[in-house]
Structure formats: C-alpha cells, structure tokens
Write a protein that binds this ligand. Sequence first.
Ligand code: NAD
Ligand code: UGA
Length: 331
Amino acid sequence: MSTSALPPSRPHIRRAVITGSAGFIGSHLAQALLQDGTTVIGLDRRDAATDRSAAANLAPLIGQPGYVPVTADLLTCAVEPVLLDAEVVFHLAGVPGVRPSWGPRFSSYVQCNILATQRVMDAAARLGVPRVVVASSSSVYGPTDGRPSRETDHPHPASPYAVTKLAEEQLCLAHAARSDCRTSVVALRYFTVYGPRQRADMFTHRALLAAIAGTSLRIYGDGHQRRDFTYIDDTVTATLAAASAPEDTGVVNVGGGGSASLAEVMQLVEQLTGRQLAVEYLTSRSGDVPVTKADCSRARTHLGWEPTVDLAAGIRAQLRHLTDHAARQAA
Ligand code: NAD
Ligand code: UGA
C-alpha cells in the first residue's frame, strides 16, 4: 500500500504549506502532495541532521523536486513569509500524546498546540490564505457510552492534551468566523492513526516491535480498551479532501471504521509475526478513555471520504515497513 492509490478526482493544489512535516502524518501527506505535483513548503522544528526519527520520516522527501524544507519553530519564527502564496495550509505541527500531557510537560502542549496555532492562524488570516486544514483529535470527545461519536456531541476532554486540541480547533474556527477573515477552516478529528513510520510512543508500533524483538509489551489497563484505528493512507486521503471541502464544513471525524481492542490487535500481531507476545499488565493511565469510535457520516457527505484499509491489511503494511527498516539498518 502507498499513497499512490489516491483518487485522481481532487482539484490540483499548486502550493501548500505543511506544518509538522517531519512528523508521522505530515511526512506522508507531503509525499502524497509531491506525487500530485504540488510545491510543498514543509515546516518543522526538527530536522534530519539532528533528529533520527525526523531523518527517517524526511528521507523520502529530501531532494524531491517541489519539496522546500523550512526548519523553524512556530513559536518564534516569522510565519507570514512561510505562508506566502499558499493555497492551503495543513497545520499538523503540535505536541501529540495523551498520557504524557499531565505534569510539567503541559506547558509544551499549551505552547505548541495553542500558542503556535494562534500564530499560524493570525498569519493565514492576514494573508487571506483560502484554506487551513487543522489536525484535531478524537480525544476531544472524552469518555463515551460506546456509541459512535458525532461532531455535534458535547466534547468532554479527559486529558490536558485533549483540552489543548479542543482549544486548537476552536481557535482556528473562531478566526475563520470573523467577518474580516477570508480563510476557511476544516478541523479533522483523527482517530488513533497507525501505519508505517507511526510514532514510537504509540501502541501498534510498540506491539509490533515487541513481537519482532522479543521484548515485553506493557499494557496500560486490561487491554480491553478499544480504538477506532485509522490507517495512515486513509488519513492522508481525508486530509487532502479537506483542502477542497465546502467552506462551511467545520469539524469532521476521520476514523478507520472498525473499532478494535488492544487484545484483538495483539492477536493480529501474533498471527502476522508468528511470535507470541510477552505482555506485562500495568494500571490504566489517567486520561485514557475505554472506547473511541467515529461516526463518519460527515466525512462521507462533506469530504466524499471513506476508509478503505482494514486493520489486518494496515498492520501487515506496518510490519513490512518495520522489518524492511530493520534489514536496511543491519545491511
Ligand atoms: P508527530 O509528533 O509525529 O508530528 C508533529 C510534528 O510537529 C513533529 O515533527 C514536531 O517536531 C512538530 N512540531 C511540534 N511543535 C512545533 C513547533 N512549535 N514548531 C514547529 N514544528 C513543531 O505527530 P503525528 O502523530 O504526526 O500527529 C500530527 C498531528 O495530528 C498532531 O497535531 C496531533 O495532535 C494530531 N493527531 C495525531 C493522531 C495520531 O494518531 N497520530 C491522532 C489525532 C490527532
Ligand atoms: C493517539 C495519539 O497518540 C494521540 O496523539 C491522538 O490524539 C489520539 O490517538 C486520537 O485519536 O486523537 P491513543 O489513542 O492513546 O492516542 O493511541 P496510542 O498511543 O496508540 O494508545 C492506544 C491505547 O494503547 C491506549 O489505551 C494506551 O494506553 C495503550 N497503550 C499504548 C499501551 O497499553 N501500551 C503502550 O505501550 C502504548
């Protein structure tokens, strides 16, 4: 699987900015846009020379025609020159992760998810960038009764991270609602994204790595918590569709379509690797919700989007990427 399987019917984007382009989702989005012939201004505060994970994410982009890397921190850099002449800004930069957001690291969540977003939206609005697509999160819903979450549901963020993501999307929408603002905003609530180059702190990556390396996998809670796991290529397709969605689209769920428990994912990992996982059960973590599940009706009507990759195929692709990577490292 690769992002080359994208539907051909989207309007061409001449020039786009991606913030967070050295990250998991941002680097895949950049690849897809470059394939479409878009000039991509990729901004991130991490760069390949000093950060190994950024280097791995950026490897497919560096040197590609149309890719313009900008190493800068959104908290301090001049944002307007970066956004100049962009048709779309995909604002993905931020500090992710539910569990580490308690305690002293909260300030970095506030800075990068709220204050940096204010700087991006302020610049986009001043320049009249037609569209900002912002990465929000399923975590804004908080604990649910198990029914699929709809964008009209009242949000109950259960972690500091989720509070900052709700603030982030609402801040963008508040800018867009100003009578003097020509920028429209689509806020995508991504549900637990997985696939090649997934962040190393995330569950699917850790489960696959534990199976390959024969190390123990730590489970927070009993492993019965469920996530609406969303494959990276589907995430990218939804994000691209958001660039040309109607102006009044607002908030949209992006969920993979099948909610699975961690226990079910572990079973799949064992089947696919042929190895048994050594599992260590720890207490559940504050802010973790028992279930996430997306109602994706709005994504269907406003983005013309539906997920296409099921969990087994997605995890197989992530496993292949990890084993290929390990083989390249060993060579
Ligand atoms: P990631 O950490 O891999 O990528 C985020 C990138 O943003 C990093 O490369 C980081 O260096 C950059 N960044 C952070 N603060 C910055 C700043 N001040 N200036 C410049 N660059 C900065 O994370 P990801 O998993 O690719 O997530 C991307 C976005 O999607 C985040 O906003 C995250 O909250 C959101 N999201 C992710 C998921 C998921 O499952 N991965 C789910 C819901 C929402
Ligand atoms: C993920 C992303 O990390 C967030 O940035 C994002 O905002 C969120 O999805 C979202 O959907 O909005 P999360 O669902 O916690 O957050 O995804 P994982 O980090 O993959 O964790 C999934 C589950 O596995 C959680 O219950 C977590 O406690 C558990 N887990 C994770 C473990 O039991 N062990 C681990 O080593 C890692």
